[in-house]
Design a binder for this molecule. Structure first.
Ligand code: KIV
Length: 295
């Protein structure tokens, strides 16, 4: 039991992620944005749940991740927090929440912990973010790094392109990974980079690496929930595996509902409430039809 009374034996902490890397136990991560899916993910045994800024696209319908605000992220963080009891809960710092200086970054990281119940925050970017990450760590908040294809840099990258394909780009990625490792991040997301480069980084740093489009040699994997469940409206990128097609199942259910309502099949008598027998008889005598027949 923890000092706060909860059973902390099976809770995943940032320390557990390192232990898993040492024991070569793959780390399973998934995004979640609401109570129901977060609860399903937690109960299914996901180790680390990220309230990702992909919220912008998969839940809020924005074209990219750039417009999502701290308020929108916090609203979803709180719903996920209420559902998660085992997994490590990580908040994604949205675009603009840490780009205007270290003080702003620390203040927003603190909001995620105090108002959203986050146990760590994720920040996109490599070597150039080290000073800022140190400040957040100094505020006792664990940080998850994120390098490679960083969606918040979509305009600078000129689109969502696989990164780390030239010798210079590979060196820069390795340097960033080592710098983040030395700064003390708790995990490092590697997104959209060649498998061979991700394998090299994973072998060179003590920090657990979490891949998305980075091959199987990472210490763990992360997917966007809507990609895994088939709840997106575009052809998925190569690295996505749809583990089910919930979109099709849900569409089918909604079509059946429309048909049943229009055809008079829903709700049935069994799906309706009834008055008790006595009240039913009295009611029958006072219905407009009964009153009219007495005139
Ligand atoms: O926002 C997100 O979903 C992410 C993951 C893809 C790592 O950052």
């Amino acid at each position: 039991m923890s000092v706060t009374g909860g059973d902390s034996r099976h809770r995943i902490s940032v320390q557990s992620l390192r232990e898993k890397k040492c024991k070569r136990e793959p780390i399973v991560s998934l995004t979640a944005y609401d109570y129901a899916t977060a609860r399903l993910a937690d109960e299914a045994g996901v180790d680390f749940i990220l309230v990702g800024d992909s919220l912008a696209q998969v839940v809020l319908g924005y074209e990219n991740t750039l417009p999502v605000t701290m308020e929108e992220m916090l609203h979803h963080m709180r719903a996920v927090r209420r559902a998660v009891h085992r997994a490590l809960l990580v908040a994604d710092m949205p675009f603009g929440s840490y780009h205007c200086g270290k003080r702003q970054a620390v203040e927003n990281a603190v909001r995620f912990v105090k108002d959203g119940g986050a146990e760590a925050v994720k920040i996109e970017g490599g070597a150039s973010r080290i000073a800022l990450i140190r400040q957040i760590l100094d505020a006792e908040i664990p940080v998850v790094g994120h390098i490679g294809l960083t969606p918040q840099s979509v305009h600078r990258m000129g689109g969502y392109k696989v990164q780390g394909k030239t010798a210079a780009a590979i060196d820069a990625l390795l340097a960033s990974a080592v710098a983040l490792d030395r700064a003390g991040v708790s995990a490092l997301v590697l997104e959209g980079i060649p498998r061979e480069v991700a394998a090299r980084i994973s072998g060179e740093v003590a920090t657990p690496t979490i891949g998305i489009g980075a091959g199987p040699e990472c210490d763990g994997q992360i997917l966007v929930f809507h990609d895994l469940a088939g709840l997106t409206f575009h052809a998925p990128p190569k690295f996505v595996r749809r583990f089910c097609n919930a979109g099709e199942l849900i569409s089918e259910a909604i079509r059946s509902y429309c048909d049943e309502v229009r055809g008079g099949g829903f709700p049935s008598d069994a799906e309706s409430y009834h008055l008790p027998r006595e009240a039913g008889r009295a009611n029958a005598e006072t219905t407009p039809a009964a009153a009219a027949s007495r005139k």
